[in-house]
Design a protein around this ligand. Sequence first.
Ligand SMILES: [Ca+2]
Ligand SMILES: [Ca+2]
Ligand SMILES: [Ca+2]
Length: 310
Amino acid sequence: MDFILFLLSLLTVLFNGIDCRLFRSDYQFYQEVDGWVKLHQVPAPWEDARLRCELEGAILASPHTRNLESIMRRVMANTHSEASGVFTGVHATFSKGDFYSVDGIPLSKMPVQWMPSEPDNQNNAESCIVMVANGTIADVSCYDVYPYVCFKKRTKNMIMNVCGTTDPEYKLNEQTGHCYKFHLTPRNWTRAFMVCSAEGAHLAIINSDEEAGVLKELHGRHKADDLPYDTIFLGFQDWGENGVWTTIHGQSLADSGYAKFQPGQPDNASPGENCGSMFRNGYFNDAWCYVKLAFICEKTVDSLMDDMDV
Ligand SMILES: [Ca+2]
Ligand SMILES: [Ca+2]
Ligand SMILES: [Ca+2]
């Protein structure tokens, strides 16, 4: 009998171990909610919080159930979020006063209580909900900044691929041994950087002629008509100066292994181009940082989650 119990507990330990590795290593698995949770301590406006959780493959957490509410409170404990509270996924940005979680659950179904004298919709400008450490909530401006919690419910068939992500759009390239994802949704350079970072990757850096060929081929799979401009953002810039081109990993282009600009580029077109991009032919261009372009994220297989922001 003891042996069977021992075997069962061993299996449970093994099974939990597997659970933890099914998702990102910057998330913590909690049995009570059958899912993974991460506290983001850097306060952000609500839209950014929602987006970052989504890019991480999760959602902005809401206190749907007593268990999730108590886990949210637990992760807040002993951090500065304990005093400030955290943004929840509950919002009324679609329709004033109609509060739902980002996954569509009405606030009225959640086991939470308002703080004294809340909700007050101050200045008619409060459409997002924060929760403080004692579990009570308040409406606040979505433009204020708060820490927040992301939550990933365990689902069947979650597959961690060789790229160390459950995002099937990351594909391993055998030539370079790195994984890449082409983002068709155009973003400015800063947001492109954020997207790659949240996905546990980085804006792609070309380290050889061979890798330039790989990215060129990836670009070539998308018709020019499907892109806002036929140039895509990559991971280099010049710190807002002119001409000192540096990869986001701090190397000069020459040191990084590829520094081929299109003839006539960089041309620093008015009012100034400080962000790195690549034309369809594989040659570099300096681009306006604020223009929205498609972009490529790159992920190293061996460091998997080392690039994660925390
Ligand atoms: Ca309020
Ligand atoms: Ca690279
Ligand atoms: Ca240019």
